[in-house]
Design a protein around this ligand. Structure first.
Ligand code: SF4
Ligand code: SF4
Length: 296
């Protein structure tokens, strides 16, 4: 079931329907049409789990499908940003470009953002919009820092005699973007099964905190990056997604809470502590939140 409540700034929760009629907190936290758009964006009714639902941890998706959970409308604005980009570009997709089609197979369904002549003369590029943080971008681009000797040595203090170093950026690191790669590759498979050839997969990533000093400290120097996605074997992706779909289906049928999300799916615990909308229904999430609150 989709989110049914909004989490207000003061930590209280209000049924979305009630919020849209009247804000019990006296003054709305954002314009009513914005809240309506956020509510609308949450209201998806799909029988089959979507590609993005299957990429998330099975426990998270199970809880989102079975609990009346609350979301912070402020956090949803970033997702809305992505839809806004579509709206801004509506009417400019003429030529060999197809947008926002939902395709399905017997495992899942997915709506790709755009396909066609979007980055070069090839008319078969699959594109996806992302609005993301400078941290996620730095990781996705494979940026990392190394210590480089300056040629000088410390003359005094504890490090006396040791070489001095300075930090330098490298851009050839491991690109941490498996979720994005699985998502785009699955859209590619769906498109190819529908008879469309896909030559390239590219993400247009807009950095939402680009103007902050923190972004520059992460070597993010532009508001927008194009990131090419490599092909992953169809066989691997299909097996991976089929296994996750099966696990979710079984848990829903037996009404049984699946195992906790994997270390990668729960972002090494960061998601459980601060970013999982259903953490309050998850025993592990509650534990992580309690531990984080104690440490704060
Ligand atoms: S308008 Fe904002 S503060 Fe008021 S009920 Fe809705 S979410 Fe809460
Ligand atoms: S709190 Fe963590 S383990 Fe629990 S559902 Fe959310 S992401 Fe998964």
């Amino acid at each position: 079931m989709p989110a049914t409540k909004f989490q207000c700034r003061d930590g209280s929760t209000v049924p979305i329907k009630e919020c849209l009629q009247h804000c019990p907190n006296g003054q709305r936290c954002m314009f009513l049409p914005t809240l309506r758009s956020v509510a609308e964006s949450l209201n998806r009714k799909l029988d089959k789990p979507s590609v993005t639902e299957l990429i998330a941890g099975t426990r998270e998706t199970y809880l989102k499908r079975t609990q009346h959970y609350a979301v912070d409308p402020m956090q949803q604005l970033y997702a809305l940003h992505g839809s806004a980009v579509h709206t801004i570009q509506e009417g400019h997709n003429e030529g060999n470009i197809i947008t926002e089609e939902r395709l399905a197979d017997d495992i899942t369904s997915g709506k790709f953002d755009l396909y066609g002549q979007i980055v070069d003369l090839s008319d078969s590029t699959l594109g996806d919009y992302k609005v993301t943080s400078s941290y996620k971008l730095m990781k996705a681009l494979g940026y990392y820092k190394v210590d480089v000797p300056t040629g000088e040595v410390y003359k005094t203090g504890l490090k006396k005699g040791q070489p001095k170093t300075r930090k330098e950026w490298r851009t050839d690191g491991v690109r941490h973007l498996l979720d994005w790669a699985i998502q785009l590759n699955y859209y590619r498979i769906l498109l190819e099964e529908a008879g469309f050839k896909v030559k390239d997969m590219v993400i247009q990533a807009l950095c939402r905190d680009y103007s902050l000093r923190m972004a520059a400290e992460r070597n993010i120097t532009r508001p927008l990056y194009l990131i090419r996605i490599n092909k992953i074997s169809d066989r691997w992706i299909k097996r991976y997604m089929a296994a996750k779909a099966m696990r979710l289906k079984k848990a829903l049928k037996e009404n049984r809470l699946p195992d906790k999300c994997s270390v990668r799916e729960r972002w090494k615990g960061r998601k459980c502590e601060s970013y999982c909308d259903v953490a309050e229904f998850c025993p592990f999430g509650r534990l992580m939140k309690r531990a984080a609150n104690r440490a704060a």
